[in-house]
Design a protein around this ligand. Structure first.
Ligand code: PLZ
Length: 442
């Protein structure tokens, strides 16, 4: 078995160190400039919440590769499942000759996702691909074309998902024209919408849908239950249930994009569970397979099975190695009750930065759920976003060997997405570094 790496942050050079800089110089000559990286430390190994770079620095990873390695880097059970499957066979294409692992992942998703109705699942490679396919299913099943997405939404970088994504830079700028029949609606964003209730915010959306689109033309409402890239925006309670109820009453497919929130991240299997919302279709990816490319659309049997045979698929979707990784990851989440760990992590982070908010006027809000918590930064005494501050805080943390991520439509949110297996001690170390970075830069 691979050597387990001590779960401790340790810097032996500056970050990035000389060896990483050598590789970075090669990268500049080889990799397209449009593909960028946050921290130029080149990673060689990882375990749990620690990544070891090419210079031997042990970095504390509080971003998990954007909410992917929820069971930790190179979890032994997942690594063993990947290795075993790789030795058996790597690919057949499920559409050519199938295999049991695909079926088992579909069974697991049908069981774990919200609602006890009959469900079916199709597997894909990326979150964006899952979202595209959910929209395909909704359009075919309803015979309607319009899709509603929200302010601050992020759904991917393919043509349709660029159209569904709200933010221009860096995702959409000069990449158009974008797919038609996408309508953007205001998101419930309590910090910035005057604290409207969920019911008020939903009523506004519904009235705009009726005026601008007409329910009879609307195939789907697509929403992240907690927005990820948009800034960890948690809608006011009641917003999601009201939209979901209206969708059901009007024959509109309610699609929850749980690519970032899913798989124990928010302290439940899925964020929809927290408000008792049962989506018609749910998209998942990221945490599902600990880093192997896998994504899924799971939904009501009558919607999913409306699609003709051969209408859904792809060469690699539900690859055997990725599905083996998913089954192992789901097993770890169950066995180690990582949903409970996520809630515990959330309490620790929220308590720490909630207290700091009282001291630092730059912290407008500490929000999120479970192990998905963010700090929104502003010019003190205003709601004016302070993106430069967020950037400086993330950079200060990286220099100390702690990886955090920024996000938000205005780039002014620092977010934490630690592995759910992180120890309290290691988390506290990372939070000490983040607190010092906030104090130093605010
Ligand atoms: N839906 C809710 O968060 C991916 C994007 C990183 P893919 N978020 C990270 C970047 O800058 O490209 C995401 C998401 C939600 C869909 C997606 C898309 O998932 O696997 O990146 O295609």
């Amino acid at each position: 078995m691979a050597e387990q790496i001590e779960q401790k942050r340790l810097l032996v050079t500056e970050v990035p160190g000389p060896r990483s800089k050598e590789i970075a110089a090669r990268r500049d000559e080889a990799v397209a400039a449009g593909v960028s990286s946050g921290v130029h430390a080149y990673i060689e190994r990882g375990s749990g919440a620690i990544l070891v770079d090419a210079d031997g620095n042990h970095l504390l990873d509080l971003g998990s590769g954007i909410a992917v390695t929820s069971v930790g880097h190179a979890h032994p059970a997942v690594a063993a499942a990947i290795a075993a499957q790789a030795l058996d066979f790597n690919h057949t294409c499920f559409m050519v000759t199938p295999y049991e692992e695909y079926v088992a992942v579909a069974e697991a998703l049908n069981e774990l996702t919200p609602g006890d109705h009959a469900k079916r699942t199709a597997l894909f490679n990326s979150g964006a691909e899952a979202v595209e396919n959910a929209v395909k299913v909704a359009r075919l099943a309803t015979g309607r074309t319009a899709v509603v997405a929200f302010d601050h939404a992020y759904h991917g970088r393919t043509n349709l998902t660029m159209a569904l994504t709200a933010k221009n830079m860096p995702y959409k700028d000069r990449f158009g024209p974008f797919a038609p029949e996408v309508y953007r609606m205001p998101m419930s964003y309590p910090l910035r919408d005057g604290g409207r209730s969920g019911a008020e915010a939903a009523a506004d959306v519904i009235s705009q849908i009726e005026v601008q689109i007409g329910a009879e033309n609307l195939a789907a409402i697509l929403i992240e239950p907690i927005q990820g890239e948009g800034g960890f925006i948690v809608p006011a309670p009641g917003f999601l249930p009201a939209l979901s109820e209206w969708a059901t009453a009007n024959g509109v497919v309610f699609i929850a994009d749980e690519v970032q929130t899913g798989f124990c991240r928010t302290g439940s299997w899925f964020a929809c569970d927290d408000e008792g919302v049962v989506p018609d279709l749910i998209t998942t990816a990221k945490g599902i397979a600990a880093g192997m490319p896998l994504a899924a659309v799971t939904g009501r049997q009558e919607l999913m099975d409306a699609v003709h045979a051969g209408g859904l698929g792809g060469t690699y979707g539900g690859n055997p190695v990725a599905t083996a990784a998913a089954l192992a990851s789901i097993g770890v989440m169950r066995d180690e009750d990582l949903a409970a760990r996520a809630r515990h992590i959330g309490e620790i982070i929220t308590a720490r930065f909630g207290a700091l908010k009282a001291e630092l006027g730059s912290i407008a809000e500490v929000r999120g759920r479970g192990a998905m918590i963010a700090i929104e930064l502003v010019k003190p005494g205003t709601l004016e976003p302070d993106a430069a501050l967020a950037k400086a805080v993330v950079a200060s943390c990286a220099a100390e060997g702690v990886l955090t991520l920024s996000c938000g439509s205005y780039g002014n949110v620092v977010r934490l997405l630690p592995a759910l297996v992180i120890s309290d001690e290691l988390l506290a170390d990372g939070l000490d570094v983040l607190e010092a970075a906030l104090r130093a830069n605010c």
